[in-house]
Design a protein around this ligand. Structure first.
Ligand SMILES: Nc1ncnc2c1ncn2[C@@H]1O[C@H](COP(=O)(O)OP(=O)(O)OP(=O)(O)O)[C@@H](O)[C@H]1O
Length: 604
């Protein structure tokens, strides 16, 4: 280690606040099968992990080694609980993988650097510290030197104040690694962590990982580079979704009777293929996706080469019967339709249950709101769009109707509500989508941050530009543009703010239905344009066909338009106005609730 600050505050296996029994393995897999491309177990998709069974004690560096496409990432995703359609029994520290108790103890770095490109290295690490370590009393992560030590460890001290977007690919991966180290107090799951690291840094990272393991941390590192396998305590050799063999590197060499791990891996493959009665692969390498011979036998346990099962192609470990304790609903209270049917209860005996979660955690919500605001502050183009677009559109409209002020008087108030709604819808749906596509949302889902913390944080952050925008648009329209408001201008402003909040929560919800920016571009007009056409701005509602009028009554924008129109006509707050505003508020809260439900922790 290169610093005297303790970077593994959990002491690996003895994390503060959560009790643990020492003989619980770090990871236990019994006949684990995983389907990909399907949201529900057994429906659609294809099986990519075909029944793996193994046990890993704590305090090891475990190499998950195999060629490209063999299933390493899928297995690691299942370990951290973000992979859907996992069957069998997969337990981390005794808990069913993905259990909420593990979110304080398992750190995860995805293959791509899932950190925020528009924040500096330090801002990223601060945010992850705030959401991962909030509420842990006396946690060393809050000591002044902690982040400096972490930066030194991943070799990014000089880049601390640079935006992540300004870093090289390898440097970004190291920011991601550092973020994982903040979250992992007992288990670190690192998907190809040394990609892009120079040999010197690679050596240093490995020595640091070893030191963390000595302190009791269990570290899973995927790689298809065999010289990295030599640095691990234990290897899980994977090929075509099957566990080909497991054991220490020296056991692999001894079993295969060679001096080179890569050659050893190839020999294992050949023998496995031969024992399955198949042709031998032609000069495969561990990194080459051209290895085509599937292994149809169970894994080899290298530790017992002369054991009764035989060294190669031996029987897989006999699956132990899984306990049948029923699984509780996910801790954040929202059952996930994509969750696999669990085979076992989450809490091993002797382990204290997780501390109860509040529905909204003020510290994590505040940290998220602060982070989103910081990102917004840096994104000048989006800020300009949010703040200036509605006033510019209203100004254009005024100029368009300069011969017909009565028409402006009729549509102006409605558009004062519609423009903020549309702008905020667009901006928030794209912002949330970016969180999804960059992988940061998946990473956040492995941390203790709750879905409501995240959404309320987003909502609060976007409320600031939304309110500013509504104030600007109302002041401009009622002032210089001379909109004749017989009602209360301040109430008009409040209704414009409510409208922009509605746009924000609809945007947060709708982003769940898009996987790419292109899909977002497709559904944004599909959601907004029909509402605009039917809300009563183009044609008064009482002149519409009854079917269209009924459709209009189902759309939230209609109530924005009605309330804005009434507020511009009269000062009286009657039952009709209260009902319209109430519906707008209810739709805002309902959209936020739906956004929370559709924010999945697991993905196909
Ligand atoms: N989203 C997905 N939907 C369907 N199948 C998928 C999906 N992602 C991966 N797969 C399939 O799952 C299998 C295992 O993929 P995985 O990414 O786990 O391999 P890997 O060993 O990590 O590869 P690499 O080293 O290239 O990252 C592959 O056959 C791949 O085609």
């Amino acid at each position: 280690m290169h610093t005297d600050v303790n970077l593994s505050p959990g002491g690996g296996g003895a994390h503060a606040g959560i009790g643990m029994v020492s003989d619980v393995p770090a990871l236990q897999a019994i006949d684990v099968r995983i389907r990909r491309g399907t949201r529900r177990r057994g429906r659609g998709g294809h099986e990519v992990i075909h029944g793996m069974s193994f046990t890993i004690p704590s305090g090891r560096v475990v190499g998950v080694i195999g060629p490209s496409g063999s299933g390493k990432t899928t297995l690691l995703r299942a370990i951290v609980g973000v992979q859907s359609a996992v069957s069998g029994d997969l337990r981390v520290l005794g808990y069913t993988s993905g259990d909420a108790c593990l979110r304080r103890r398992v750190g995860y770095a995805t293959q791509s650097a899932s950190v925020y490109g528009d924040l500096t290295v330090l801002e990223n690490l601060r945010y992850f510290t705030e959401i991962m370590r909030a509420g842990i009393p006396g946690d060393p992560a809050w000591s002044p030197g902690y982040l400096d030590a972490l930066l030194t460890q991943v070799g990014l001290t000089e880049q601390a104040n640079l935006l992540v977007n300004q870093l090289s690919g390898g440097q970004r991966s190291r920011v991601s690694l550092a973020a994982a180290m903040i979250g992992g107090t007992d288990v670190l799951v690192l998907d190809e962590p040394t990609v892009g690291a120079d040999p010197l840094l690679r050596r240093r990272l490995w020595s640091d990982l070893r030191e963390l393991a000595r302190d009791g941390m269990t570290i899973f590192v995927s790689s298809h580079v065999m010289d990295e396998a030599a640095r691990c305590d234990h290897l899980l050799l994977i090929y075509s979704g099957r566990l080909l063999a497991q054991g220490t590197p020296s056991e692999l060499l001894a079993t295969t009777d060679c001096n080179d791990l890569e050659e050893g891996f190839v020999r294992l493959l050949e023998r496995s293929a031969a024992s399955a009665g198949q042709a031998s692969p032609t000069a495969p390498t561990t990194a080459a996706p051209t290895m085509t011979v599937p292994t149809t036998t169970g894994p080899t346990t290298l530790a017992s080469p002369a054991g009764p099962a035989g060294p190669l192609g031996g029987s897989p470990p006999v699956p132990q019967p899984a306990p049948t304790v029923p699984q509780p609903a996910p801790s954040d209270g929202v059952p996930d339709a994509a969750a696999p049917t669990p085979t076992a209860g989450p809490h091993p005996s002797g382990v204290a249950p997780c501390p109860a979660r509040r529905p909204v955690d003020a510290r994590r919500t505040g940290a998220t709101a602060g982070r989103v605001l910081r990102q917004l502050g840096r994104d000048r183009r989006t800020l300009a769009l949010v703040l200036l677009l509605p006033p510019v559109l209203l100004l254009t409209l005024r100029l368009l109707f300069h011969h017909s002020p009565a028409t402006f008087g009729r549509v102006g108030p409605a558009l004062l509500g519609i423009f903020p709604l549309m702008t905020m819808f667009f901006v928030t749906s794209v912002a949330m989508l970016r969180e999804r596509t960059s992988g940061t949302l998946e990473r956040l889902m492995t941390t203790p941050v709750g879905r409501s913390d995240l959404l309320v944080g987003y909502g609060l952050a976007f409320a600031v530009p939304a309110a500013t925008q509504a104030a600007l648009a109302t002041a401009l329209t009622v002032g210089p543009l001379g909109l004749d408001v017989r009602g209360s201008a301040s109430m008009l402003f409040v209704a414009a703010i409510l409208s922009s909040f509605l746009g924000t929560s609809l945007g947060l919800w709708m982003s769940a239905f898009a996987r790419t920016e292109f899909e977002a571009v497709q559904f944004i007009p599909a959601v907004l344009i029909p509402q605009f056409m039917l809300c009563g701005v183009l044609v008064p509602r009482h002149t519409m066909l009854p079917t269209l009028d009924t459709l209009s009554a189902l759309m939230p924008m209609t109530y924005v338009v009605d309330s804005m129109a009434q507020l511009s006509r009269s000062r009286a707050v009657d039952g009709r106005l209260a009902l319209d505003l109430g519906i707008v508020i209810c739709c805002t809260l309902a959209a936020l609730g739906l956004a929370a439900v559709t924010l999945r922790r697991q993905h196909p």
